[in-house]
Design a protein. Structure first.
Length: 147
């Protein structure tokens, strides 16, 4: 079974059972963003976490095994994404990426924000003028090393 096959089965079972990613994450005992990434093939689960998922979704050991494999990170094609929501995130990086870079360098010095020692949260902020999406990135700063 490929990781893509496992993801397809996981998503079908989640839909059939009417479960949200947040509900699954609560059962796994981890954050909803991390669990969703793992279910979509972007992170690997422990044996216990994978077993919790397959038990909850009524799937087999093959899927549990796939959830434990080290993934190939990066689920998007090299071209600009066409899905409107993913495109907007890409657009934000295109428009504000250099600004974010300049401010991080001003505050921390020459380096990067880790995507390994990293957390992300997504929240809904109710607003009478239209609900808002709040995305928080929290990554360790890694200075470039001189040698």
């Amino acid at each position: 079974m490929t990781r893509a096959d496992a993801t397809e089965r996981i998503l079908a079972a989640r839909k059939a059972k009417g479960l949200t990613f947040e509900e699954i994450a609560r059962r796994v005992g981890r954050h909803k963003v991390w669990v969703t990434a793992a279910l979509l093939g972007q992170a690997s689960m422990s044996a216990d976490e994978a077993q919790t998922v397959v038990d909850l979704l009524g799937l087999d050991r093959e899927v549990a095994g796939a959830l434990q494999e080290c993934p190939t990170k990066g689920s998007l094609e090299a071209a600009v994404p066409v899905d409107p929501l993913i495109y907007r995130l890409h657009e934000i990086t295109q428009v504000y990426g250099t600004t974010v870079k300049a401010i991080i360098h001003e505050m921390f010095g020459d380096g990067i924000m880790s995507a390994i020692d990293f957390e992300m949260d997504i929240q809904k902020l109710e607003d009478p003028k239209g609900d808002r999406v709040v995305i928080t990135y929290n990554g360790k700063f890694l200075p470039y090393r001189k040698w």
